[in-house]
Design a protein around this ligand. Sequence first.
Ligand code: ADP
Ligand code: ADP
Length: 228
Amino acid sequence: MIVLKNVSKRYKSGTMALSNINITIEKGEFVFLVGASGAGKSTLVKLLLKETEPTQGRIIIDNQNITKIHRRMVPYLRRKIGVVFQDFRLLPNKTVYENVAFAMEITEATPKEIRRNVPTMLGLVGLSSKAKMYPEQLSGGEQQRVSIARSIINNPPILIADEPTGNLDPETSWEIMRLLRQINRRGTTIVMATHAKEIVNMMQQRVIALDKGEIIRDEKRGGYGYED
Ligand code: ADP
Ligand code: ADP
């Protein structure tokens, strides 16, 4: 589903953020991306979203070499990848329902499809009763659920979560992890960059550890493996 071949990224400043990275992620995998601050996690996420370009190497997503595609085609790439951030990034002037519906509107879904799919999705993330509320009226965990609902409403094969529990307390974090695991079990490939040591250690999923732009560990059922 995701292949990186000899990928390097050197910023204009001269920093080698990633050096000769090779990763293959199969459909349906759940992958934690760990590493100290500055290890290269965000750069890797940005490369997958085509927010930045590699200096060298190839990135293949769903059998498509994204380093070759035209800028005009980037919106289509983005539809293959749902994204969730630490700070939720919801639209403050839209309700929960509207935030999720908006993600469908921009794909030219029909009103009928939207009316059918949004309530189903809000049910899946446990927010049916909050549909008419605004983000500021919700707890952090609830806002993250909205953000997750929005990220998967168009059924992307891949979900990238960048520190999704970074602003949440431990109990709420586990609820979010349970939801992500449920989404993963339905077939979505998940890549999650995180500093949540306890979560990584408990989940026993694949762990890719970066250090100074290199992969220092790639384990099928790994742990966090270092002290922050
Ligand atoms: P992480 O997400 O693991 O903290 P990053 O990918 O943000 O790591 O950073 C990797 C390295 O690249 C760091 O040395 C960082 O300072 C550098 N870096 C990140 N973004 C930029 C940028 N836009 N320009 C120059 N250097 C950058
Ligand atoms: P799995 O079926 O793969 O175990 P789950 O989503 O049920 O997937 O849980 C993943 C891991 O997270 C399990 O090891 C589970 O024990 C742990 N876990 C789930 N919820 C909590 C929680 N509230 N506190 C601590 N660990 C939890």
